[in-house]
Design a protein around this ligand. Sequence first.
Ligand code: BG6
Length: 525
Amino acid sequence: MAVTVETVARASVQQDSSGERRPAPFMLVVFGATGDLTRRKLVPALHSLDRKGLLPGRFVLVGVGRRPMGDPAFRSGLQEGLRQFAGSDSEPWSRLVDQTCYFQGDYDDPASFRELASLLARLDTEHGTGGNRLYYLATPPEAYAVITDQLGSAGLGGDWAQGWSRIVVEKPFGRDVESARLLNQRMHQVFREEQIFRIDHYLGKETVQNILVFRLANGIFEPLWNRQYVDHVQISIAERIGLEGRGLYYEESGALRDMVQNHLLQLLCLVAMEPPASFDADAVRDEKVKLLHAIRPFDARSVLTNVVRGQYASGRMDGQAVPGYRSESGVAAESQTETFVAMKLLIDNWRWAGVPFYVRTGKRLPRRVSEVAVAFRPAPHSAFRRTEAGRLAPNELVLRIQPDEGIGLQFATKVPGPAIRIQDVFMDFSYGAFGNEQSEAYERLLLDAAMGDSTLFTRRDEVEAAWDLVTPVLHGWGRVDTTDGVAGGAVGNRGVPLHAYEAGSWGPDAAGELLARDGRAWRKP
Ligand code: BG6
């Protein structure tokens, strides 16, 4: 028997007798519900939460979209999505039958929102969801501000006497620092910061959450985590996939906006931030913001010297010919959009002064792999100088985010035999050791938003600080909107080269040169 732990009117969390926490009854209202995200990620995540007993019994999913469609067609589209994307969770989901409905509306039309308000009020009464509303913006980003305004005008946002209301916003949140600020201002006219949940799905991954646990729960690494012992850090998010039909979006976005501003910088924050005083949402995010502010800003010169951008040309992967970026559908023949970025970042604070952080991400690279590699300073060589020991390699700690989730530590060992010969060996931990399948990032994030925990979501000042860092790079590349409305792929490159790389390679040679200049090389994961 569930017992609410907060006041009944605003309850976000229920706890049962075994101590298991789950959200109080609520309604999930997804805008852009006929899009890919709902079918691929949200509904499979809800279904899986339900199977684990983590979804409250009193729950309704309302899909909102522009496309005319009846409830049955909407439900069967979602069921089809489960079959395609939910793996073992693909059996028919009973809640799609009587706890899901579709509302067709126009985001620009106040009348649509008034109608939506009456529908939600009726569903609340019918399903006993207590007036608790989780809105989810899964539309193209241009619609975020107008939907928020309309929710406000229809009396659906803000503080709400009947229950709680919160809004989840998908990335990208803005296109540069200016647009992110404006969007924040617009959203704050309707919702308080505590009600806004800006998603970065990387934060929902177990292995990403483990970065802080690993750092802060293990006394042996903490003393080493600084400029005295760390030589440099490499963070890579490599993808094999190309555009997957997202050409129109990607042309406007490019790798810097799509991956660096959010996922890569979040990984960097978790690796480099100071330990928070507690795991409270604000304590954690305060430290991340401080770190973002400590990263040395780019200027016209460092955009040229410390950033490399690339675009994949045709190539071969697994023996198959793969088209180049400019031949993908939705992409301009002369597109200047980058599909690869490598950067050298410097953190000007007490802990990291002088330690370079090299980050890279790209599409059509040889392997799908996300990892953080911490290279420690090499040991002094002197003890082995009269032996057959070769050059000592630095110890390396690799946090494998995905796939093959785990942690590896490389260290030197004596090869058995009379002579002193030294070889690198690896100590390895694999997440498979826990035996249970890992939850999808969206499960955790939906659950946290429904329970009002914003630790794994990006705060207003955090998203602006991340844009602050990358916006000068966009300027340097000529990829910010101009007053004549030209944006994205069509804009010239202001003299910063866009290097072609073969699909199936590890990116342009210039990325290798970025490290070679410092006497280092990228890991080949
Ligand atoms: C998304 C990007 O945010 O992250 C995609 O828009 C990218 O371009 C994806 O493919 C990668 O996510 P994951 O979880 O597969 O590493």
